[in-house]
Design a protein around this ligand. Structure first.
Ligand code: ADP
Ligand code: GLC
Length: 496
């Protein structure tokens, strides 16, 4: 199958969160399975041109804007190709979506509309007609509208192309003033017809969800949750209407990047059969964070975007958050790596200076993320909502037991500890309250001190849980086939 993947983030080239990992790993898995893969993203300022090949090609938006140079690089050794569109005025600045102080660049509609239009233009230039175009989240949701337009047009291209849109996070929808619609290069009547209109403003994700041939999100539980008002961010009605075309496909773990048996960033390598290396990893983590180097105290860690979605208010909120009583009343260590909301970054440094057993590092640091995953005993993720969550999958893989709220992909991937039998792969709670976080961390710490044999068995069990991108790729292929059948007006075969 010919698959065009379009995304604002692709790891390792540009990453703000799990979206980058997911798109990169899924593309490689599909290419390895023998499909023709072309992935398109912007050539952001931070992506070094010298590491790329200049194709000499240029693509435009198709409506009179400046055009972009096209760079390319192989997608690891999978056989696919990553193309990067280079236009100085749109992408030649620091930051993916924004910078501190301007967290959403004012011209993002134009920046991402150009990415989408340029991706289709590139297919024309390469004379490569995709069977399916797979877009991700609001930045590339416009792809679904463009594919539908192209299919209906006179131009002899994309007539058989289908579109799939994946929701990685419904909390970000790309909502802009209606006047920005003209930056997309569409006929004015499309504003209503394609579903952009949202309480008088322009909602890019909503249009994509309206127009795509098939929809997916990144876990089965989240696929159900987003059809309810509590998790729908105002789009639950639309998602219920499209329910028959929406599936939940769980993300996987890229074992090339996240594998304690081969990880180059960690102090000692280990696997499920022999976890002895984990002790050296714990000592290394304690050293790096300036915590007392002590094997006899449980180490709780967190790596996170510091955003409301992640439960940071309940955990770090000044005066009421759970972190202070957890650290001052329990015999444990707490290490945090994160960046995001300014109040929270400030609070982390205050906690670090006042509590001897709490240390935080602010910033994005890929290497340190590996050090933390390998060295910690527990990984805390008290998310308000979590479409899938990759960090807890990495934790399971590293024998670091997740302490999570039962929501979205966390509910689908972490099995709660059974104190009577020792079953489980982590610790799960329901209510997002400081009390519930406190109690559940307390429970994990209690088990660490009193049920060492359970913890050992849970670690080995967690490491044995397989979350494979090859399995996800197979499920996406079935979804692509449905989308293609729908786009071509052919009967849809179930259970392929
Ligand atoms: P989300 O995409 O909502 O942020 P995920 O759990 O799916 O959540 O993915 C988060 C990814 O981003 C993980 O790979 C995690 O290691 C990484 N990450 C988050 N914050 C940081 C940070 N400060 N430094 C390094 N990696 C980070
Ligand atoms: C989003 C979600 C996260 C998910 C990731 C990759 O950023 O917040 O839960 O794992 O996308 O799909």
């Amino acid at each position: 199958m010919r698959i065009l993947m379009v995304s604002s983030e692709v790891a390792p080239w540009a990453k703000a969160g799990g979206l980058a990992d997911a798109v990169g790993a899924l593309s490689e898995a599909l290419a390895r399975a023998g499909h023709e893969l072309k992935v398109v993203m912007p050539r952001y300022y931070r992506v070094d041109r010298d590491a790329l090949e200049d194709t000499g090609l240029r693509v435009g938006s198709g409506f009179g804007e400046a055009d972009a140079a096209v760079y390319a690089t192989p997608l690891e050794d999978s056989g696919g190709t990553l193309y990067l569109l280079d236009r100085e005025d749109l992408y030649g600045r620091d930051g993916i979506y924004g910078v501190p102080g301007e967290t959403d660049f004012r011209d993002n509609p134009a920046r991402y509309a150009f990415l989408c239009r340029g991706a289709l233009e590139l297919c024309r230039v390469l004379e490569w007609e995709p069977d399916v175009v797979h877009a991700h989240d609001w930045p590339t949701a416009l792809m679904a509208v463009l594919v539908a337009e192209a299919r209906a047009s006179e131009l002899p291209f994309f007539h058989k192309t289908a579109s799939v849109l994946s929701i990685h996070n419904l909390g970000y929808q790309g909502v802009y003033p209606a006047t920005d619609f003209e930056r997309l290069g569409l006929a004015p009547d499309r504003f209503d017809q394609a579903g952009f209109e949202h309480y008088g403003r322009m909602n890019l994700l909503k249009a994509g969800l309206t127009m795509a041939d098939a929809l997916s999100t990144v876990s089965p539980t989240y696929a159900r949750e987003i059809q309810t008002p509590d998790f729908g961010f105002g789009l639950d009605g639309l998602l219920r209407w499209r329910s028959a075309d929406l599936v939940g496909i769980l993300n996987g773990v890229d074992l090339g990047d996240w594998n304690p048996a081969t990880d180059p960033y960690i102090a000692a390598r280990y696997d499920a059969a022999d976890l002895s290396g984990k002790a050296a990893c714990k000592a290394a983590l304690q050293r790096e964070f300036g915590l007392p180097e002590n094997p006899d105290v449980p180490l709780v860690a967190m790596i996170s975007r510091l955003a409301d979605q992640k439960g940071i208010g309940e955990l770090f909120g000044p005066m009421y958050g759970a972190a202070w009583p957890i650290c001052s009343e329990m015999d444990l260590q707490f290490a945090v790596l994160g960046s995001g909301e300014a109040w929270c970054e400030r609070e982390l440094s205050i906690l670090s200076s006042r509590l001897p057993n709490f240390k935080a590092r602010v910033g994005m640091d890929e290497r340190l993320a590996h050090v933390v995953e390998a060295g910690a005993d527990f990984f805390l993720m008290p998310s308000r909502y979590e479409p899938c969550g990759l960090s807890q999958l990495y934790s399971l893989r590293y024998g670091t037991l997740p302490v999570v709220r039962r929501t979205g992909g966390l509910a689908d991937t972490v099995e709660n500890y059974e104190q009577a039998t020792g079953e489980g792969t982590g610790f799960v709670f329901d209510d997002l309250t400081p009390r519930a976080i406190y109690d559940t961390v307390g429970w994990a710490v209690w088990a660490w001190y009193n049920k060492g044999e359970h913890i050992e068995a849970m670690r080995a069990r967690a490491m044995g849980r397989v979350f494979s991108w090859d399995r996800a790729a197979t499920e996406y292929l079935a979804l692509y086939r449905r989308a293609i059948a729908r786009a071509r007006g052919e009967p849809i075969e179930e259970n392929e």
